[in-house]
Structure formats: structure tokens, C-alpha cells
Design a protein around this ligand. Structure first.
Ligand code: IMP
Ligand code: MG
Length: 181
């Protein structure tokens, strides 16, 4: 199916993202100041740019792991069922864990993923999401840290895609269709 034409309007600049990550990294350092090693878990694929920038700002010993949960596929609507497509490489029992996500939308993904990870008895489990769309929430979930609260718009860039495109934009932009459906 050919892609309906769209343009991307910048919503959050690369500079604003960097400044926010620096501020958040200090809060994370305080929260985990007593850790021997923090396991930073990125949710694939949307968090890959965010986690790369975030870990370079965190002045603590860190380990990086990834988990992939089923996503939208190529659609703009979330499915309620969450499946684990790729699990962590390492056990997290007794560990300090920070889960890193790109966007909290309906909340189903993080509700499910944090439930699963908590069942493995980490010492501490915290979550950070770059973006939050609180108006879209269906499942009970609140991240411990949020980069930016945004309205109900479909966004791309900084790792986030629309049908696998636009992940490489250095900023966050919103999708605006230029032709009627
Ligand atoms: P949730 O389970 O509905 O909270 O979905 C979260 C996931 O949906 C995110 O990790 C994204 O992969 C995807 N998602 C939600 N909103 C957007 C968006 O505006 N653009 C691209 N992906 C999105
Ligand atoms: Mg995602």
C-alpha cells in the first residue's frame, strides 16, 4: 500500500531534548546513587536513540540490555495485546533496573512489561519515557520520569517511526497529512 503523503512539523528540537535529558540524568543519578551497577533496559526499537543519549549522561556504572515487545506493526493504532518478541539477555533478580521507552500512549506496553519485569524480583525498577500522551491512557501506568508531555498527535523522529520511516530525524516532529484520505 503506498504511503499517504505527509509532512513533518517540528514539535521538540534536538536542543530541547538534549537539555531535558541532562536534567533527567541528574535525577536518575540521585535515585540510584547507591547502585553497584544500573541495568538500563531499552525497549526496541523506538528507544534506541534516547537510550544512547541518556546513558552517556548518566554518571553511574551501567549495563545496557534490550527487550522487544510487539508493537503497532505498520498501523497508527495500538493493539491491546502485548507479546514479548525478544527478552532480556541477563537476569535482573536483585538488580537495579531502569526501563527506557520512547512514548507512553495507551500504557498497555509498559503496564505489561513492568509487570513482567517486577515478577523477576529486581531490587528496584524504575521507568523513564521520553514522551507521554496522558490523554490516550487505557491501562494504569505512570512512568517515574517523563521527558515531555505531548497532546494526542502522531509523532516521529529521534528513534520513533511511522511505518519504519523517520527514525533518523534528530528532533521530534508531528505527522501532518497533506492530502485528504
Ligand atoms: P502503548 O502501549 O499504547 O503505550 O504504546 C506505546 C508504543 O506505541 C510506543 O513505544 C511507540 O512504539 C508506539 N507509539 C505510540 N504513539 C506513537 C506515535 O505518536 N508515533 C510512533 N509510535 C507511537
Ligand atoms: Mg515502542
Amino acid at each position: 500500500m503506498p504511503q499517504r503523503p505527509y509532512v513533518i512539523d517540528q514539535m521538540i528540537s534536538a536542543k530541547a531534548i538534549a537539555a531535558r535529558i541532562e536534567a533527567l540524568s541528574h535525577e536518575i543519578e540521585v535515585e540510584f546513587s547507591d547502585t553497584d551497577k544500573l541495568v538500563v533496559v531499552g525497549l526496541l526499537r523506538g528507544s534506541f536513540v534516547f537510550i544512547a543519549d541518556l546513558v552517556r549522561e548518566i554518571d553511574l556504572p551501567v549495563e545496557v540490555d534490550f527487550l522487544e515487545a510487539s508493537s503497532y506493526g505498520n498501523a497508527m493504532e495500538s493493539s491491546r495485546e502485548v507479546r514479548i518478541l525478544k527478552d532480556l539477555r541477563s537476569p535482573i533478580e536483585g538488580r537495579d533496573v531502569l526501563v527506557v521507552e520512547d512514548i507512553v500512549d495507551t500504557g498497555h506496553t509498559l503496564h505489561h512489561v513492568t509487570g513482567l519485569l517486577r515478577s523477576r524480583n529486581p531490587r528496584r525498577l524504575k521507568t523513564i519515557a521520553l514522551l507521554d500522551k496522558p490523554s490516550r491512557r487505557e491501562a494504569p501506568f505512570r512512568a517515574d520520569w517523563i521527558g515531555f508531555e505531548i497532546p494526542d498527535e502522531f509523532v516521529v523522529g529521534y528513534g520513533i517511526d511511522f511505518a519504519q520511516r523517520n527514525r533518523n530525524l534528530p528532533f521530534i516532529g508531528k505527522v501532518r497529512f497533506t492530502e485528504a484520505e
